[in-house]
Write a protein that binds this ligand. Structure first.
Ligand code: HEC
Ligand code: HEC
Ligand code: HEC
Ligand code: HEC
Length: 187
């Protein structure tokens, strides 16, 4: 049912939407591309923090025996690593058109910068990045309030996740484990 709707959408609605600037699809460039600029101490070492986090390993996790037994228990006929029902929260862009993945993009990098901040091909240049308003017009997603941030977390950290434990989901504590702000002094 859902698939049918999706196909109809692609055939008829998508070309109309593409014409609208704000809904143009942007290409994924991969975490390493973002990391070229977001690695110094002055910038806040975002790539270092991300690499140390569970998010960078979310794809690898699906290769484990534990993942396969979860998939099996859910009645899936494929291994976790091949299941849309698992990939949807464990990687960036699992279901996007191949033409939107640049050579540097690796699905194996799991939940990446672009999973949260939007596909970056059109905002990654220094000129655009320096003007956040323009960057946002070009696909950058930022989170201005605690509520917006928590809503992002809940897109995946929710009861649809087979291992979800609401008693361990204190989102401000979790944010402290992965936060990667630009140090105030360099703003
Ligand atoms: C060419 C260097 C460069 C690349 C590549 C780059 N950035 Fe940036 N980015 C910057 C700079 C510089 C700033 C800081 C702008 C400022 O402080 O005014 C920034 C700021 C940001 C911000 C903060 C916006 C805010 O709220 O102030 C986010 C989020 C961000 N970048 C995400 C990304 C992502 C995701 C990628 C990869 C798709 C990426 N950047 C690639 C240089 C870069
Ligand atoms: C709705 C999003 C979502 C879906 C769908 C999802 N996961 Fe996850 N998964 C998460 C999140 C978020 C975490 C980390 C926190 C947690 O355990 O809830 C996680 C963690 C895991 C872990 C590590 C648990 C641990 O305790 O270390 C495994 C294994 C896993 N998922 C397997 C799967 C498998 C297999 C599927 C498909 C059947 C799947 N996930 C589908 C979001 C999801
Ligand atoms: C799990 C989602 C997630 C991932 C993955 C992620 N970010 Fe963020 N990022 C956020 C959120 C949420 C904020 C807003 C923080 C806040 O509320 O202050 C943020 C803020 C930022 C900022 C701005 C900080 C500031 O001081 O304004 C930059 C720069 C940034 N991220 C870059 C990156 C880069 C580069 C990567 C990959 C190496 C990355 N992010 C990966 C969610 C994410
Ligand atoms: C696109 C889906 C997605 C989004 C959005 C997301 N996460 Fe995750 N997160 C995951 C998955 C999947 C894992 C499990 C990674 C693994 O262990 O393989 C995870 C793991 C984590 C972990 C490590 C688990 C632990 O307790 O050690 C933390 C912390 C975390 N996420 C925080 C956040 C925060 C905070 C946000 C919101 C700013 C967020 N996540 C948004 C998918 C997501």
């Amino acid at each position: 049912m859902f698939k049918k709707i999706a196909v109809i959408f692609i055939l008829f609605a998508a070309p109309a939407l593409m014409a609208q600037d704000s809904l143009v699809s942007h290409s994924f460039v991969g975490a390493e591309t973002c990391g070229m600029c977001h690695k110094s101490e002055k910038q806040g070492e975002q790539i270092v923090i991300w690499k140390a986090s569970g998010h960078s390993k979310a794809y690898e996790t699906l290769k484990t025996a534990a993942a396969d037994s979860i998939a099996k228990a859910k009645g899936l006929s494929t291994n976790a690593i091949l299941s849309e029902a698992c990939l949807k929260c464990h990687v960036s862009g699992y279901n996007i058109n191949a033409s939107l993945k640049t050579a540097k993009f690796k699905m194996e990098d799991g939940v990446q910068c672009e999973t949260c901040h939007g596909a970056g091909a059109d905002f990654k240049s220094l000129k655009v990045m320096k003007d956040i308003k323009v960057a946002e017009k070009n696909g950058l997603r930022v989170f201005k309030t605690d509520e917006e941030r928590v809503a992002l977390c809940k897109e995946c950290h929710n009861s649809e996740s087979p291992t979800f434990d609401s008693s361990k989901s204190d989102f401000s504590e979790m944010w402290n484990k992965i936060k990667h702000d630009i140090p105030k002094s360099s703003k």
